[in-house]
Design a binder for this molecule. Structure first.
Ligand SMILES: *Cc1c(COP(=O)(O)O)cnc(C)c1O
Length: 407
């Protein structure tokens, strides 16, 4: 197998080649602009998006906002932690998972992950519980389901709210049930940012079946202002996280395409999985039909293969196919914004005692499994609904060729 570099172009989520955008979205924008109703309180595109998304997920309510980060901030604000309360999170995720925790003066506590899926496990969550734990935010990484039902059971008797971060996991079906990620725990959060399965440029959706939480989230996203009461008052502290009608209309059009986008990603991913069965030491997704393939993960067993993720990514890239090692440069607790524990001025609030009840520090070695994934064993191939069998062929050839050249 010679290292023939493919001249195949890979669709990218960064431009039209890898996005499923077209006339329907353009028509949606025309409709809103012609109406002159661009803000959510003057039209009803956003309200309809919320209703349609809640129906899709089979939940009671859905609240739109400006990003995945704000969608999670709404969830944390609705939980309403006391300053210094702890929220358990994974160290392999986007900064948006923890931004809302710090904004509400709570403390992110990092728990370790499963060595294959990269998701929080019930065991790791249990080991980090304290009498200040108020919530757990579980990320369904790359579109693969975490053991969310077990984590919910663990937290239920202790009054701890479980939040699903589904920014990468539209239509993912986590283990232990048949319903979608986002509908399995108490609150689910989604992103409509450029790189996700569907997009309105930016945008967020937070779902729940708890009417009180939904009410708090709506108020938080609109300055605590109860619009329907007719009274100009502010019930509690909130921000302006309102989605525009332009985003809402585009997101509604995108939502109609979601099943097709995910089905197409599953089909080509399943094909690549079958092509990897003769590469011992490379683990990938077990059940393609329950995964939604925001990205296609590969985990190396370094007891079997004589190379690490960086060496393999660089050898595979030589074939002209997209792949990267680690997903992150470093686990989240080692980025300066978290590691330095100074979200507010030079104070150490809320890490100081009080309002925290114990000293929480971050450093190398906190979550060894996560550090090993990012540093040594994890690779991701960007995935896309416009990949064809030719893209899968090129990827299979590159993965095999690089494997043989390094073995
Ligand atoms: C993208 C992402 C976010 C943040 O979403 P934005 O819309 O970019 O703010 C949060 N969590 C995860 C897991 C993500 O992938």
């Amino acid at each position: 197998m010679s290292s023939a570099t493919t001249n195949l172009r890979f669709p990218s989520v960064g431009d039209a080649s890898g996005r499923t955008l077209g006339e329907v979205e353009i028509e949606a924008l025309r409709r809103v602009i012609k109406s002159g109703r661009l803000g959510r309180w003057s039209g009803n595109e956003v309200a309809q998006l919320e209703a349609e998304f809640a129906r899709l997920l089979g939940v009671g309510y859905s609240a739109a906002s400006t990003s995945g980060t704000s969608a999670i901030h709404l969830a944390v604000a609705a939980v309403n932690p006391e300053p210094g309360d702890e929220i358990i999170v994974t160290p392999i995720t986007d900064f948006g998972t923890v931004a809302g925790i710090l904004a509400q003066n709570a403390i992110p506590v990092f728990a370790d992950v499963d060595p294959v899926t990269g998701c929080l496990t019930p065991e790791s969550v249990a080991s980090k519980l304290s009498d200040r734990t108020r919530a757990v935010i579980v990320v369904h990484l790359f579109g693969g389901g975490a053991r969310i039902d077990e984590i919910s059971t663990l937290c239920a008797d202790q009054g701890i709210t479980v939040i699903e971060d589904c920014a990468q996991a539209y239509l993912t079906v986590p283990p232990g049930g048949e319903t979608f990620a986002g509908s399995r725990a108490t609150i689910g959060c989604f992103s409509l940012q450029q790189s996700k399965h569907i997009t309105s440029g930016d945008g967020g959706l937070t779902v729940t079946s708890d009417a009180d939480l939904d009410q708090r989230m709506r108020l938080f996203s609109d300055k605590g202002w109860p619009r329907t009461s007719g009274e100009r008052t502010h019930l509690f502290y909130g921000l302006n996280y309102r989605m525009t009608e332009l985003q809402g209309a585009v997101a509604r059009a995108q939502l109609c395409k979601l099943h097709g986008v995910v089905a197409s990603r599953r089909k080509t991913a399943a094909n690549l999985i079958s092509r990897m069965s003769d590469l011992p030491g490379l683990t990938t997704v077990e059940d393609a039909q329950h995964h939604s393939f925001w990205q296609f993960p590969i985990v190396l067993d370094t007891a079997i293969v004589p190379f690490d993720n960086r060496a393999y990514a660089s050898a595979v890239s030589k074939y002209g196919v997209p792949i990267s090692s680690g997903y992150l440069d470093r686990v989240l607790y080692l980025v300066p914004a978290i590691r330095d524990r100074q979200p507010y001025g030079t104070s150490r609030f809320p890490y100081t005692v009080p309002p925290s009840s114990r000293e929480i520090e971050y450093g190398p070695g906190d979550c060894p499994v996560a550090e090993n994934l990012v540093g040594r064993t994890l690779l991701v191939i960007p995935w896309n609904e416009h990949y064809t069998e030719e893209h899968v062929d090129a990827l299979a050839m590159a993965l095999t060729g690089a494997y043989e050249s390094l073995a």
